[in-house]
Design a protein around this ligand. Structure first.
Ligand SMILES: *Cc1c(COP(=O)(O)O)cnc(C)c1O
Length: 492
């Protein structure tokens, strides 16, 4: 079955998978979605014996129809290897009772963004070749802290690409910032902005559809693309780990084949949890999608009421990668929820950009999602509780999904097996993690990293050791208004 992609805002805007990956976002501002969903070509039983690489290959082959098997195998093997991940299995699962923490942070930059960004550059180079593209690719990326580093690690020194990352100055953890500012590679640029993640993402999306900007970029010999989860090249690789997690639970006889599970996902831009939803569309038995937010709880309100309202204070919290009020990928779910009505989707997204608000009636698709949120105090208490219970140390983002899951289970009595997406290593957020255990001496991040090692007994990952030695290479900070000019400056 060949899968065609179309814009959420215009059914006539149709492209192949490779074109969708190259473009990142549709010209009309919409996001590319599969017109139909494939089904997994093998039974759930057969998956249980497969490696991560084999499952990733099958999932990508199902979604990315115009890539050949050889091309996809090459991409998968280059991305998911022990040169890029610190464990052979690529992801690991830590089980305690009916809770299964799916550790997605064993890649180079110790956050789950590596799961997709380690393969995206290969998919993109292959897509460029297939489409006979002669221009270099200019990746523009807005980051809430983790995407930026993971994207640069993936694209650094990749021929015919240049990457520019915008991050909110003062809105990311110290380690996250150091990881980005020390990035090597002549084709990488990191720019702080005096604004928040939503400002960065909105400005980047506007550049992608600004004809004057596109023209200037083309003249400089480049074409735009995106490494944010608006790109299907980010989303589809993420589907694989839900399938893999399910297969492992079957293999370990935790669940029967075909048994439904729940997933709990710490959510910001709605990419990770949408990948779980896509996994269900291709045949994975997932019952409830627990959408966990931090104090920026716009999604909890949405799933409770059907009203999305971003007109509210923006909080910088101890789970900074989820400090987002405009969750881009929700547009894809909305499109499915309004029965693929592109006109309706366009109107709703227009209302969001004009009034900051829209309403859709809750239906079966939306009520499969359960939204709730964790405050900063809830998060630190959850880190402490999980450590006391299991001697298992989680990062603040994982703590959000863990906390919200506990509330969900208590409220509903639903104690199905649950996969909790564990999205970052605790080492990425030493201050927030250690503040769950002590109240003083929280200033020196590197001393906190040592304390964290003593507490957890988990050796410091290479990513942290690297940051300790590296020199800062990027210094630029601009206002939101100066972002477009700063892009052009990087090209000349
Ligand atoms: C990006 C990120 C999230 C949010 O994921 P989305 O796909 O944007 O919803 C959660 N946790 C961590 C550590 C992240 O880096």
């Amino acid at each position: 079955m060949s899968i065609i992609y179309q814009s959420t805002r215009d059914a006539k805007n149709r492209v192949s998978a490779s074109q969708a990956i190259l473009k990142g976002i549709a010209e009309d501002g919409g996001l590319y979605v599969p017109q139909t969903f494939p089904t997994l070509p093998v039974s759930l039983e057969a998956l249980a014996d497969m490696s991560y690489q084999e499952i990733a290959f099958l999932v990508l082959r199902a979604f990315l129809s115009d890539f050949s098997d050889d091309e996809l195998r090459a991409c998968v093997n280059s991305a998911y290897s022990t040169t890029k991940f610190d464990i052979d299995d690529i992801v690991s699962i830590q089980s305690f009772g009916n809770k299964h923490y799916l550790e997605l942070f064993h890649g180079e930059t110790i956050a789950f963004k590596d799961m997709a960004l380690s393969i995206l550059p290969y998919l993109m180079s292959t897509a460029a070749k297939k489409n006979g593209s002669h221009k270099d690719i200019l990746i523009l990326t807005a980051t809430s802290g983790d995407t930026g580093k993971a994207a640069m690690a993936g694209f650094a020194d990749v021929p015919h690409t240049k990457i520019i990352v915008f991050y909110p100055k003062g809105g990311v953890s110290h380690i996250q910032e150091l990881q980005m500012l020390t990035q090597k590679g002549d084709n990488t640029h990191v720019i702080g902005i005096t604004g928040n993640f939503d400002d960065a993402q909105s400005a980047v999306k506007a550049m992608f559809t600004d004809t004057d900007m596109i023209e200037k970029v083309n003249q400089a010999g480049y074409q735009f693309s995106s490494a944010n989860s608006i790109n299907i090249g980010r989303l589809m690789p993420q589907v694989a780990y839900y399938v893999y997690a399910y297969a492992q639970l079957v293999k370990n006889k935790v669940i029967r084949c075909g048994e439904s599970i729940n997933v709990s996902v710490p959510t910001g831009n709605f990419g990770n949890i949408l990948a779980a939803y896509y996994a269900k569309q291709i045949g994975l038995p997932i019952d409830t999608f627990i959408c966990a937010s931090n104090k920026n709880n716009v999604l909890s309100d949405f799933f409770a009421t059907g009203t999305y309202n971003k007109n509210r204070p923006f909080y910088v919290t101890n789970s900074p990668s989820m400090d987002i009020l405009i969750s881009s990928n929700l547009e894809r779910l909305i499109y499915h929820a309004v029965e693929q009505d592109t006109q309706k989707t366009r109107d709703l997204m227009h209302a969001l950009s004009q009034q900051g608000e829209y309403h859709v009636d809750l239906n079966d698709i939306l009520s499969a999602f359960y939204g709730d949120f964790a405050t900063e105090d809830n998060i630190t208490a959850q880190i402490k509780r999980t450590f006391d219970n299991y001697k298992y140390l989680i990062d603040p983002h994982t703590a959000v999904s863990d906390f919200v899951y506990d509330m969900y289970a208590e409220k509903t009595g639903d104690n199905k097996h649950v996969v909790i997406a564990s999205t970052a290593s605790p080492y990425k957020f030493p201050k927030s993690v250690m503040s769950a255990f002590r109240h003083d001496n929280l200033d020196d991040d590197m001393a906190l990293v040592d304390a964290l090692e003593t507490l957890s007994n988990i050796p410091q990952p290479q990513a942290v050791l690297d940051v300790k030695q590296a020199t800062i290479r990027h210094h630029k900070v601009v206002s939101v208004e100066e972002m477009a000019q700063s892009v052009l400056d990087c090209l000349s």
